[in-house]
Design a protein around this ligand. Structure first.
Ligand SMILES: Nc1ncnc2c1ncn2[C@@H]1O[C@H](COP(=O)(O)OP(=O)(O)OP(=O)(O)O)[C@@H](O)[C@H]1O
Ligand SMILES: [Mg+2]
Length: 485
């Protein structure tokens, strides 16, 4: 965080500074909710989480060097008493961002969408780090911290060196993005897609579109919306603000566009990036460049194009951006993570999360890879959660798709995913075979002995299905990890 006095913090939060706290004492480090991570000069927030009550850890945090704690109940030692720690963190984030904006040159980019937020955020942060390599110039959401706690904590990671603040913003209902963009009014709002992820919580795809569009309404005056022209619900969001919109998409649709897009033998997108003359794009950034992604899947080319559009608005030359995109590797784990085993088996672990859109995209990529190398393909699938009343139908459809794509072997794990197996079995004309197993251990026992050189294995499920660790076992990463301890 920026260097702020306890007195200013208490004022910003409308909190009460304890008598033993020195209002002139300065927080020079980070704001953290984990007492184990506290370092000298930090501010500790006693957050009441699902598992633990942070108030218990105030003494440790102060002993570890925290200047003070933000608390909801009075504690021993210097603290700021507030009525709601979550709101307090939000208020502090707003205050810090406003201070940084007054002081100089910081651009805030918000990213939302149903699928691909984290992957796109990682890619954008990487590209911007190439563009602005000075230490601390780019601060981005870590992992998936995209909610009402993660977003303000990310903002609080910004310092006076920060030029670009990249915020992944998740929404599970109406009003969520309005809240997040009130904390952090945006210079650039990037909306990727509107799909069926978390559809159960939203109450249908139109409600999802309504909620995601709040990101665009969260732009500051003069802010720019960057919208996916290949998704009509996203494109329609251009009318939800009065400012300039830059679109991106495939040939003939997007302003920033991918020409001659194709997948190479590794199923990585290749295309000519074109960044045209446009009121949102400074002249230096306009131009073109060839992109060869290292990231697997046609759907991820769309995220790369989104990144190029944002980079263009930020005046990164198109050629430089194309080179940076071509060098980028996935930064967060378990997202189309490819491992080539020494014995010639390829594992693609995409089991961080799943919804029908990302399942379909991953299955198509698997089929594509199989067809390019004439390989046997294995789809190892677990349940997709949070889909609402349509859940069984959506699982069934995935099973049928696996059959239509001619996947060689389908392995369905766990009762919650049973409809995938049923769908595949009912679709008929399946040259391959679908097997249902109760859990990941049974899946491992089934799959591992049968793997042959050349086989390509995709793992895909929602996070709670635990398939990502099955993937690690199949790549033997886990054995190596365990061996090291
Ligand atoms: N445009 C897309 N269409 C379909 N699937 C996609 C698209 N972009 C990415 N995905 C896939 O969606 C899955 C989730 O990716 P990622 O974690 O980046 O999404 P997210 O939006 O951050 O999800 P969450 O809501 O959990 O934060 C991955 O399997 C990824 O390959
Ligand atoms: Mg995410």
């Amino acid at each position: 965080m920026i260097d702020v006095s306890l007195g200013d913090i208490a004022r910003a939060l409308g909190g009460i500074l304890s008598a033993d706290a020195d209002p002139a004492a300065r927080v020079t480090g980070r704001v953290t909710i984990d007492s184990r991570a506290v370092a000298e000069g930090d501010l500790f927030v006693a957050f009441v989480g699902e598992q633990a009550d942070g108030h218990r850890f105030v003494p440790q945090a102060l002993a570890a060097g925290a200047v003070a704690a933000i608390v909801e109940r009075p504690q021993d030692g210097p603290h700021v008493l507030v009525s709601d720690a979550l709101e307090a963190v939000g208020a502090l984030a707003s205050f810090v961002l406003a201070t940084l904006r007054e002081a100089g040159d910081i651009t805030v980019v918000g990213i939302t969408g149903s699928s691909g937020k984290t992957g796109t955020k990682d890619l954008l942060a990487g590209v911007l780090r190439d563009f602005a390599p000075a230490a601390g110039a780019v601060v981005a959401t870590q992992a998936n911290n995209n909610n009402e706690l993660g977003v303000p904590l990310t903002i609080l990671d910004a310092t006076r060196d920060t030029r670009y603040l990249v915020l992944e913003m998740g929404a599970r209902g109406i009003g969520h993005l309005a809240y997040l963009t009130k904390l952090a009014p945006l210079d650039i709002a990037l909306v990727l897609n509107v799909g069926t992820a978390h559809a159960g919580e939203f109450g249908g795809i139109e409600a999802t579109a309504q909620a995601k569009g709040e990101l665009v309404e969260g732009l500051r005056p003069g802010g720019i919306a960057v919208l996916n022209a290949d998704d009509d619900r996203v494109l329609a969001m251009r009318s939800r603000h009065g400012g300039i919109t830059l679109t991106y998409g495939t040939e003939g649709r997007g302003e920033v566009r991918a020409e001659n897009l194709e997948l190479n033998d590794r199923a990585c997108g290749e295309f000519d990036l074109v960044v045209p003359a446009h009121p949102a794009v400074p002249a230096d950034a306009q131009g073109s460049g060839h992109v060869t992604l290292q990231i697997i899947g046609e759907h991820l080319a769309s995220g790369a194009l989104a990144v190029a559009a944002v980079a263009g608005v930020l005046s990164m030359p198109a050629g430089e951006c194309a080179a940076s995109l071509s060098a980028a590797n996935p930064a967060s784990r378990w997202r189309m993570e490819r491992t080539d085993r020494e014995d010639g088996v390829t594992i693609i672990n995409d089991a961080y999360n799943a919804n029908p859109d990302s399942m379909r995209a991953a299955l198509k990529t698997l089929a594509y890879l199989g067809s390019r190398s004439n390989a046997r393909t294995w789809a190892v699938l677990g349940a997709m959660f949070e889909l609402g009343p349509e859940s069984a139908v959506m699982h069934d459809a995935i099973g049928r798709l696996a059959v239509r794509l001619n996947i060689t072997r389908l392995v369905v794990i766990g009762d919650a995913a049973g409809a995938i197996h049923q769908g595949a079995s009912l679709e008929g004309s399946f040259g391959g075979e679908s097997t249902f197993v109760p859990d990941v251990d049974a899946a491992y026992e089934l799959i591992e002995p049968q793997l042959r050189p050349g086989d390509i294995v995709l793992l895909k499920s929602s996070r709670d299905s635990g398939l990502r660790y099955l993937g690690d076992r199949l790549t033997q990463l886990r054995d190596i990890e365990q061996g090291a301890h």
